[in-house]
Design a protein around this ligand. Structure first.
Ligand code: GDD
Ligand code: MN
Length: 411
């Protein structure tokens, strides 16, 4: 760490930051910023390597200890860093506690933001004021272990655009979550996969609020400040090629309380929909849905033809029809939906084909079982049984097919 990374308060170019009293050494550490969204921009200061933003709201009890730990961890990495606390004018005066630490340790900046609130906008605000070539974010309540920052910094080699701390890779986890909270978290992720397979499927923990990103990736990206999950914004709208993941265990909160309420899930859903409708991405979605529809139609037509016309037996007809649907899905996604994006090597194609075959083949087996149960136990007609089973299994096929085979490919 070099002291060059720290520009004294009075030299900071943002005019909005010059309003605090310079008498008091602690208050002099505080940069006042307004709520207006600023662009992130391409210009760093060529000296700062990493700018880590810590968004806070009522974290007075946590921020002091966290900043000291982060400072120690970042110093050990040897990178020139700045830590930027973005506090939304917390009633518990978090900014004041942070400023007291900043007056003792170099490389810590405190932005006291008025006129706006919200986690995602706070992070973007911090990045807009940052000077580093790599930007990052970590929670201010101690739930993200500070040591993991060192792993993320190490992961950011020249080929990596985003390094994500993940709860869902080996070595990661959640400490003490109830079954219902785990379910909600996984449910939200599954929904994300369904709506935005190419974005959400790129990482194991798309909801992570703990990651680093190369400045170029987001500098000119049109990050939507009303967006909710900032990592989703970055993956969907940033120019992200390579993503690395490092494990972390989501710790329990020692002090204060989570700001996440039920509205959180509604916000998340709206965010997914907004990203889904984002023009650049929607073409792939339309294709994805069309391919799914064509495959289903082919599945049904082949079934009708061999079962009804040729008089083959029920299970065999449904199996052949299902297989036609699977092969058509693979071929069309590869040649059309993800054309030009999927890796085009033969090995890769074979790997994808095998992946889909295993995943959808398993589901097909389930479907055949369902058809037989419906016919033999519930005395449904074979055609009705076929349709019910097809409709019941489709959502799962849609999910699995995209997850297993085109993850890492951006629609
Ligand atoms: N500036 C600012 N403004 N900060 C905020 C705001 C706000 O409106 N709301 C929350 N924060 C800060 C909190 O003070 C905390 O430092 C951090 O953002 C995370 O908020 P929590 O309320 O503690 O969220 P969580 O623990 O339920 O979830 C967090 O961790 C998840 C797992 O990594 C969030 O970061 C999620 O995005 C993340 O998925
Ligand atoms: Mn938290």
């Amino acid at each position: 760490m070099t002291d060059d990374a720290v520009v004294p308060h009075s030299e900071h170019p943002d005019p909005a930051s010059d309003t605090t009293s310079d008498e008091d050494p602690v208050n002099a550490q505080v940069e006042q910023v307004g709520g207006r969204a600023l662009p992130i921009g391409t210009a760093g200061d060529s000296l700062t390597e990493v700018s880590l933003v810590v968004p806070t709201f009522n974290e007075a009890a946590n921020i002091g200890h966290l900043l000291c730990s982060l400072h120690a961890v970042l110093t050990r990495t040897g990178a020139a860093f700045e830590l930027i606390v973005v506090d939304d004018d917390s009633p518990d005066r978090t900014w004041e506690v942070a400023a007291a630490v900043a007056s003792e340790l170099p490389g810590i900046r405190v932005l006291r933001r008025t006129g706006a609130s919200g986690l995602a906008t706070a992070v973007i605000c911090g990045w807009a004021h940052a000077r580093g070539a790599v930007l990052g974010v970590i929670d201010g309540d101690g739930q993200h272990p500070p040591e993991v920052v060192a792993d993320l910094v190490a992961a950011m080699d020249e080929r990596t655009d985003v390094a994500v701390a993940s709860r869902h890779v080996p070595g990661g986890g959640v400490s003490n979550w109830s079954a219902i909270r785990r379910l909600l978290s996984r449910g939200a992720q599954a929904l994300g996969l369904l709506l935005l397979p190419g974005t959400v499927g790129r990482v194991t923990d798309p909801m992570s609020g703990f990651f680093l990103v190369r400045r170029d990736v987001v500098a000119t990206a049109d990050l939507d400040p009303v967006g909710y999950k900032i990592l989703l914004e970055v993956l969907a709208r940033g120019d992200v090629r390579r993503v690395a993941e490092r494990p972390y265990v989501f710790l329990e909160r020692a002090e204060g309380e989570s700001k996440v309420a039920a509205g959180h899930y509604v916000g998340y859903l709206r965010h997914l929909m907004r990203l889904r409708l984002h023009p650049l991405r929607s073409r792939a979605l339309v294709r994805y849905l069309l391919v799914t529809a064509v495959a289903l139609l082919a599945d049904a037509i082949v079934f009708l033809w061999i079962f009804d016309r040729q008089g083959w037996n029920l299970t065999r007809s449904a199996a052949i029809a299902g297989e036609v649907g699977i092969l058509l899905t693979v071929a069309l996604h590869d040649l059309w939906t993800f054309a030009g994006r999927a890796t085009r090597g033969t090995i890769d194609r074979i790997r994808r084909l095998l992946g889909v075959q295993i995943a959808l083949g398993t589901l097909l087996f389930g479907r055949l079982l369902a058809i037989n149960v419906l016919v033999n136990w519930f005395h449904l007609g074979p055609l009705a049984a076929f349709c019910v089973a097809l409709a019941a299994i489709t959502p799962a096929s849609y999910l699995l097919g995209s997850r297993l085979t085109w993850r890492g490919v951006r629609p």
